[in-house]
Design a protein. Structure first.
Length: 146
């Protein structure tokens, strides 16, 4: 899936830097095993995020934003969740990034404030590893498929 690969690659690059490969696909900048372990760890993060998101709520907020901010869609008066296929990617992303709780006022604040773009999250995580005591079971660890 292109989105899965894009997220995993982006997170992996934040952790280990740009991955340089030889022309035949072998990792050139580090041993293959840790490279693959980081890739698996980034895929695990994506899986946890995908399970943790309240997708119904996200669709409601994204459709509300889309209805309020995109004049070309106002005439259809989107019904929440029933016409989710008409919601644009920008509205989905903004609804996901919105930190405010409750019903956001999209006309007053149409964009989520991106306050964490300059944070070296990979460095912070690496520095905190010395305090880790073992494997932690998490409520989002198991993916329930209906």
């Amino acid at each position: 899936m292109p989105n899965h690969l894009a997220v995993v690659r982006s997170l992996r690059q934040d952790v280990i830097g740009p991955g340089h490969h030889y022309s035949y696909g072998e990792v050139a900048t580090m041993p293959v095993e840790p490279y693959e372990a980081v890739t698996d760890a980034m895929a695990a993060i994506l899986e946890r995020v995908a399970v943790a998101v309240d997708w119904r709520r996200l669709l409601v907020e994204a459709s509300w934003r889309h209805m309020r901010l995109h004049p070309d869609r106002k005439e259809t008066r989107l019904r929440y969740q029933s016409e989710a296929e008409n919601i644009c990617g920008e509205c989905l992303a903004e609804a996901l990034l919105q930190e405010n709780t409750g019903a956001p006022d999209w006309e007053r604040e149409p964009y989520a404030e991106l306050r964490h773009q300059a944070v070296d999250w990979a460095g912070i995580v690496a520095g905190a590893l010395e305090h880790r005591r073992g494997i932690i079971e998490h409520q989002y660890r198991t993916l329930h498929r209906g």
